[in-house]
Design a protein around this ligand. Structure first.
Ligand code: AMP
Length: 234
């Protein structure tokens, strides 16, 4: 096990929309026993349930704008205190602003934890646009597709279960462009912030998912767990 990383340390997966943070984080969760916490997924769940938080977030999410810092920070820090996060968290989509980054570091410190690493997934803009605007998901089994790279055999129908495929409301080409601009404006400056703290690890995230996941695991210096043992790290 790498010396410098304590077993319960959390990490941040950073990168523009479409960089593959969700895919990477899901595999990392199984490999390392840390909990995948995605701010975008939490907002979408609240929007589906129609909670007050979901209603607050909806107009921002649908326009590709950032939800106000206070709302996101409270939601994430609360989530990170839950019992299933005690072995550490893989933060996905958070932080996205300097204020959120500072709140995360302070929140972890208040719980006696430190951030272990920030892994930046680097992908060129033209690839990102196709990944976002081509994205479709099965409404029944959640299998992801991409009409440019991994299309279903029948248009808008899941190969595995026959369910209908849907496109997220914020995944149109126009909103995708805007989300990338918002990333460049608000989130890109965090790269310097985390680099100055010595936490940043950059990974070339174009190419085979399995190859990228190995690079990400290595970059985060995360010890892995044997299969079936997700509660603690070996
Ligand atoms: P994502 O699934 O990470 O692409 O997030 C979808 C949308 O949720 C974003 O376009 C924002 O509207 C909102 N969102 C997610 N995470 C954050 C965050 N850390 N700060 C502000 N807004 C966020």
């Amino acid at each position: 096990m790498p010396e410098e990383v304590a077993v319960d340390m959390s990490i941040v997966l950073m990168g523009p929309p479409g960089a593959g943070k969700g895919t990477q984080a899901a595999v990392l969760e199984r490999r390392t026993g840390r909990k995948h916490v995605a701010s975008g997924d939490l907002f979408r769940a609240h929007m589906i349930k129609g909670t007050e938080l979901g209603q607050q977030a909806r107009s921002f999410v649908d326009r590709g704008e950032l939800v106000p810092d206070e709302v996101v920070i409270n939601m994430i820090l609360q989530r990170a205190k839950e019992p299933d996060c005690q072995n550490g968290v893989i933060f996905d989509g958070f932080p996205r602003t300097r204020k959120q980054a500072k709140a995360l570091m302070e929140g972890l410190r208040a719980q006696g934890e430190e951030l272990g690493a920030v892994v930046l997934l680097a992908v060129p803009r033209d690839v990102l646009l196709k990944r976002i605007a081509g994205r479709q998901t099965c409404e029944l089994c959640q299998t992801p597709y991409n009409i440019f790279y991994t299309p279903p055999r029948l248009e808008a129908i899941c190969d595995l279960c026959g369910g209908n495929l849907y496109t997220r409301t914020d995944d149109s080409m126009q909103t995708a462009r805007h989300r990338l601009d918002v990333y460049a404006r608000d989130t890109f400056p965090l790269i310097e912030f985390f680099r100055d703290l010595g936490l940043l690890r950059e990974v070339d995230a174009v190419g085979d998912v399995d190859a990228v996941i190995d690079l990400v695991t290595e970059a985060a210096a995360l010890p892995t767990v044997s299969s079936g043992q997700t509660g603690s790290v070996a």
